[in-house]
Design a protein around this ligand. Structure first.
Ligand code: SF4
Length: 266
């Protein structure tokens, strides 16, 4: 059987093209072992190898900045911190955001699952990003446990409280990113809308799994891929929610809240 060797680790990758953010240069502060406080059933990294809520320096700041220099003058729309897991687990997140801003005026974006936002230190570091996109796949503990499979016994109310605290102190552009694996019932949609109205994000993105999940860790899961879904390794392909259902929910949210909603191109 052919073995695919892992590539040399590159902490900066792309630029990748994203329907959500345009041309995005990726920064991976997590490294060779996928590491996250969630283990989402649809994760494009595959099953998360290190499931933890512990912050650590996974990739040294100087290494990332050195890799970043190779991409000067950074002709991209945004510099995105996500990569091989949850970027707020990187203890050098704040330092990275500050030192990236010292080098380029390109906006920074952090994609986060919000699990650490009850920590004031994490909120303060994250607030240095120009844009933050928070994953919110559920409005109940039961659904969150089923879809996102958090580490430990995180309950939804704790997660939500961290998100609210961050919203209250953050002056940058805040997005909410929601993955639908199946259509939501009226009660769940109403609860989501109620929470979005009270939170007031700048934008909502509705997504459905357009990318397959590798069954084992693959580095190209960090990048952005569009169908066709061919991969040189085994994958799980998810059923998608139809564009009609996504757009109907988007209209429902927009009419009820006035918040701009965008849908994944399915
Ligand atoms: S939060 Fe992101 S990186 Fe973590 S398991 Fe979910 S999709 Fe994967």
């Amino acid at each position: 059987m052919k073995t695919i060797q892992p590539p040399k680790f590159e902490s900066v990758y792309g630029p990748v093209s994203s329907w959500r953010y345009g041309r995005s240069l990726g920064i991976d502060p997590i490294g060779t072992v996928s590491t996250c406080s969630f283990n989402c059933v649809y994760c494009q990294l595959g099953e998360i190898e290190r499931q933890t809520r512990d912050r650590a320096i996974y990739v040294p700041t100087d290494l990332i900045l050195q890799d970043l220099e190779a991409f000067a003058p950074w002709d991209v729309d945004v510099i995105t911190l996500s990569g091989s897991g949850e970027p707020t687990l990187a203890l050098n997140l704040g330092e990275l955001l500050t030192r990236i801003a010292d080098r380029t005026d390109r906006p920074t974006l952090v994609l986060t699952n919000a699990t650490l936002l009850t920590d004031p230190q994490v909120r303060a570091e994250l607030a240095r990003a120009d844009r933050v996109s928070i994953k919110l796949d559920a409005v109940s503990s039961k659904r969150m446990q089923g879809v996102d499979r958090p580490v430990g016994n995180l309950d939804f109310n704790t997660l939500w409280s961290g998100i609210e605290q961050f919203r209250a102190q953050y002056s940058g552009q805040l997005g909410i990113q929601t993955m639908l694996l199946s259509p939501w019932d009226a009660e769940t949609r109403a609860e989501y809308i109620r929470r979005m109205r009270s939170l007031g994000p700048d934008e909502i993105q509705l997504n459905t799994p357009t990318r397959p999940k590798p069954l084992t860790r693959q580095f190209d899961g960090r990048g952005n891929h569009t169908p066709p879904l061919r991969r040189p390794y085994p994958v799980q392909v998810f059923k998608q929610v139809s564009p009609n259902i996504l757009h109907a929910f988007a209209t429902e949210i927009q009419n009820a809240t006035g918040i701009s909603v965008r849908c994944a191109p399915v």
